[in-house]
Structure formats: C-alpha cells, structure tokens
Design a binder for this molecule. Structure first.
Ligand code: C2E
Ligand code: CA
Ligand code: CA
Ligand code: CA
Length: 279
C-alpha cells in the first residue's frame, strides 16, 4: 500500500506539473491572441419577456487557438486574470463590442443595450474610468446603452475601490448589472451597497425551474425584491419553454438563453437583426 501511495503521489505531482505547464503555454499564446486575430466577440440576444423583442445583447469573448481550436472563456478568462492579460483583453472586448453596437444602431436604427463583462482585475485598475470614457467617446456609443456586468463573486473587501469605481461608471452614464446573482456569499450586501440598475439571476437557479421548488421560490423572491428596489431583472440560462413560462408569469423583465438564441458571431447576429426588422 505504501508503494502504491508513493506512485499515486508521483502521478499527482506530474499531472499537476503538466497542467501548470499547459497553463503557462496558453498564457504565452494568449498574449498574442489579439494581435494574431484569434479573438472574436460573440453576441447573445436578451429579449423582452412580454414581447419577445430583442432589446439587448451580451458580448462574450471567444478564442480560436490555431492548434487547439476553440477554447472556452471558462478556461482562458481565469488565466487572463491570473496573468493580468485580462486588462488589455477586456479593453479590446469593450472597444470591439461598443463599436459594433454603434454600427448596428446606425445600420438598423435599433437602440440595443450592450452588456459587457468586467473582471475584478479590471475594476482594480486605477484608470478604468478613463479607459471606459475614452472607448465611449471614440466609438460614439450612447453611454446609456452600455451595461457593465459585475459578477457577484467579486468581494467588496478585496476590491477596495469597487464601490467608487461603479459609481464612477454610473457618472459616465453607464448602467451596472450584478451578474450571477444569488451565487455569492453576499448577495444582499451587494444589492444594498452597489449602484446596480439590475440583477442577472444566475442560470443555476433557472435550470431548476420545474425541478426544485426551493429554487423556484428563490427566483420568484429575487424578481419581487428587484422590483421593490426599483431594479430591473434578467434571467440567464433560459433553455426550455417551461423556464420561459415560469419567468414570464412571475414578471421577470428580460430573458437570455439558448431557448431564444445561442451567442452568435457578428455576421449571424446581424442577419438575425435584419430578419427581425423585416417582420
Ligand atoms: P457569464 O457572464 O455568466 O455568461 C453567460 C454564459 O452562459 C456564457 O458562457 C453563455 O454562452 C452561457 N449561456 C447562455 N445561454 C445559456 C443557456 O441557455 N444555457 C447554458 N447552459 N448556458 C448559456 P460563455 O460564453 O462560455 O462564458 C462563460 C463565462 O466567461 C461568462 O459567464 C463570463 O464570466 C466569462 N466571460 C465571457 N466573456 C467575457 C469577457 O469578455 N470578459 C470577462 N471578464 N469575462 C467573460
Ligand atoms: Ca455576464
Ligand atoms: Ca452570468
Ligand atoms: Ca455565470
């Protein structure tokens, strides 16, 4: 048994080592991904729960690695955060998506809201407000159409100027959404202390609609609480008709999920808008 244990230990050590090497290789490749044209922004529609009209979209970054193919943001965003690359990557996503939203407003006359994810690392940058202000000015996008999504997993304590920065973004005219609402340890504290315009109900709750009555109660209570606080509420991960019916019946404002549409590359999203406009 001793011998086995020793072997196991070595195997564990090796695989951890390999994983670390792989991360290092990914990070050094990611460093050049933007310049090499390997990054894309996809857009996922957000629809009005009552009318099913497209009223906004969330920008979601994609990385097409030349050898490994598509790598999930769930994998490379944490690496980008660890290495600090998220700062330039995040700025690239913001600029690309704002320019795109402005182009669509011009082309289609649609005033779609644009959601962009902000990492805790970006929120610690002293020049965040300058960067966002500059991007808005350069792209010409109405700040009121830009909604920064801030995940609830960010600790108010660990990001000392979080509250100030979010107020600063508000002062620029941007909106703030609390992402992944309900999954962190301090949802209510967040809601009380951050200048949020709306809440995004996490998909882990939405997934259990029709399955877990407790999660259904949480979703219902979250929507009601948001409305009492005069905040909007959007549900993510809406995958089936049953989720949709439940959320609509409980007056959720907007919905996002595969039931309506997957995240789409720019050209496909544009076709979708053109089709909708013809209806
Ligand atoms: P998130 O911000 O919670 O984004 C929602 C995720 O749910 C996206 O995954 C989206 O594709 C996925 N999704 C949408 N509808 C459904 C559905 O009906 N069912 C299911 N199962 N999933 C759905 P994605 O694109 O893989 O992104 C994963 C995470 O990576 C995001 O979670 C966000 O935390 C991060 N991320 C993506 N793009 C960016 C970015 O530009 N900047 C930063 N900082 N983070 C990003
Ligand atoms: Ca998000
Ligand atoms: Ca989310
Ligand atoms: Ca999430």
């Amino acid at each position: 048994a001793k011998h086995l244990g020793r072997n196991n230990f070595q195997i564990y050590e090796m695989s951890q080592d390999q994983a670390q090497q792989q991360d290092v290789a990914l990070i050094s490749r990611l460093r050049h991904a933007e310049r090499n044209g390997e990054l894309r922004v996809f857009y996922q529609p957000q629809v009005d729960a009552a009318t099913e009209d497209i009223v906004g979209m969330e920008a979601l970054v994609r990385w097409e690695h030349p050898e490994l193919g598509g790598i999930s943001p769930g994998v490379f965003i944490p690496l980008a955060e660890e290495s600090g690359l998220i700062v330039s990557l995040g700025e690239w996503v913001l600029r690309t998506a704002c320019a795109q939203a402005q182009a669509w407003e011009q082309a289609f006359g649609l005033r779609l809201r644009l959601g962009v994810n902000l990492s805790a690392v970006q929120l610690m940058e002293p020049d965040l407000l300058e960067v966002v202000g500059r991007v808005l000015k350069e792209t010409g996008l109405d700040p009121g159409l830009l909604e920064m999504e801030v995940t609830e997993s960010i600790s108010i304590k660990e990001v000392p100027n979080l509250v100030e920065n979010l107020h600063g973004l508000h002062d620029l005219g941007c909106r703030i959404a609390i992402d992944d609402f309900g999954t962190g340890a301090a949802s209510l504290d967040y809601l009380r202390r951050l200048p949020a315009d709306r809440i995004k109900i996490d998909q882990s709750f939405v997934r259990n609609i029709g399955i877990d009555p407790d999660d259904e109660a949480i979703v219902r209570a979250t929507i009601e609480m948001a409305h009492r606080l005069k905040r909007g509420v959007v549900a993510e991960g809406v995958e089936i008709e049953q989720h949709f019916e439940f959320l609509r019946a409980n007056h959720c404002d907007e919905l996002q999920g595969y039931l309506f549409c997957r995240p789409l590359p720019q050209a496909s999203f544009e076709r979708l808008l053109a089709e909708r406009q013809r209806l």
